[in-house]
Design a protein around this ligand. Structure first.
Ligand code: HEM
Length: 314
């Protein structure tokens, strides 16, 4: 799925081709990527000093990951920008997913590669954590699991297209007007993913920014915190999404409680509820994440009559 999204081809299918194989295999790519990522965390931790610590393995891992992606980007940048190859003796052709889309907008290989790498990084453990958190909560609320099953049991997920799911998950705010069919997945997607998993357990609990110049924030100053507050150049500002999603004036008195139907009566603005952040740097992968997570949770709900928690935690 990730491969199809990024380069138009599932990673597992690549070795089945007999022509135009990338210079390194998908498993080499993944090993290199994870190796490089571990060192990146060390570099971030040590700030400017970290960036200057030499590490040959890191460089090698970067080159491997770059070689894999460059292969697709170079094809995407050529006229016609499809990957034509042979499999089982037959000629085939695929478009190149996000690499292809980016190549239509820029011919800068490095820039395209950086965007792809950033997406690979952003896909690591985000959607899967959302699914785990949601299942964690559902396993502790058998009544809600029953309701979810009732809503999705008759749905033919096999014939629902990705576009159907995307469209439905985009209208996840239950307060929006949707068609009755939309509503089925919408409620499953919205109520069980957006409203519970992401509100109670935002995957990004915090977000950081550094001010590039002297500026002001509209609120936060004065004794009541309602006046503007001065932010000098180079200040580090941390936003706490975890706390924001527990604002009783917006989400209700019982903010810690897993109560999906609260969303029938509240309507936070896009700055009051921020699982994917907001503004120009908001998450571009949110539809993908929610579509996949909705699909998975619905599949589980259709298959398993009951799920139960077998540990003592609430
Ligand atoms: C449940 C899953 C996900 C959550 C909760 C999430 C959340 C976020 C948040 C809060 C940010 C902003 C971070 C910041 O500015 O400090 C962000 C950025 C980003 N996300 Fe996601 N994300 C998820 C999944 C994905 C996926 C699957 C992709 C890739 C397809 C993706 C791609 C990105 C990218 C490229 C950025 C950087 C955007 C920029 O800086 O302009 N995310 N994400």
């Amino acid at each position: 799925m990730a491969g199809q999204f990024l380069i138009g081809e599932r990673l597992g299918d690549i070795s089945r081709r007999s022509t135009r194989l990338p210079p390194v295999s998908p498993s080499q790519l993944l090993d290199a990527f994870h190796g490089a990522l571990s060192w990146l965390i060390v570099r971030v931790f040590f700030g400017v000093i970290g960036r200057n610590i030499p590490n040959i393995t890191f460089r090698k891992n970067c080159s491997t990951a770059h070689a894999f992606l460059n292969h697709y980007i170079e094809i995407a940048l050529k006229p016609g920008n499809n990957l034509n190859y042979k499999r089982d003796g037959k000629e085939r052709s695929i478009s190149l997913g996000m690499a292809g889309i980016l190549a239509n907008r820029s011919n800068d290989c490095e820039q395209i590669r950086s965007q792809l790498l950033q997406c690979i990084m952003a896909m690591q453990e985000t959607t899967s954590t959302l699914c785990s958190n949601t299942m964690f909560l559902l396993a502790r609320h058998s009544d809600i699991w029953k309701d979810l099953r009732k809503e999705v049991i008759g749905l033919d997920l096999d014939s629902a297209t990705v576009e159907d799911l995307k469209r439905l998950t985009l209208v996840q705010n239950i307060l929006k007007k949707v068609s009755p069919t939309d509503r089925m997945i919408n409620r499953a997607g919205h109520v069980f993913l957006h409203c519970t998993g992401l509100r109670i357990y935002p995957i990004f609990a915090t977000s950081g920014r550094t001010s590039l110049k002297d500026t002001t924030l509209p609120r936060g100053g004065g004794p009541d915190g309602l006046s503007p507050v001065f932010v000098p150049k180079n200040s580090r500002i941390i936003t706490l999404f975890y706390g924001l999603h527990r604002d009783k004036s917006i989400f209700g008195y019982d903010v810690e409680v897993f109560r999906p139907d609260r969303w029938n009566s509240i309507s936070p603005s896009s700055w009051q509820y921020l699982p994917f952040s907001n503004g120009p740097r908001r998450c571009p992968g949110q539809d993908k994440a929610i579509t996949e997570a909705a699909y998975l949770i619905i599949r589980f709900a259709q298959k398993f009559e009951v799920i139960e928690s077998r540990d003592q935690r609430d």
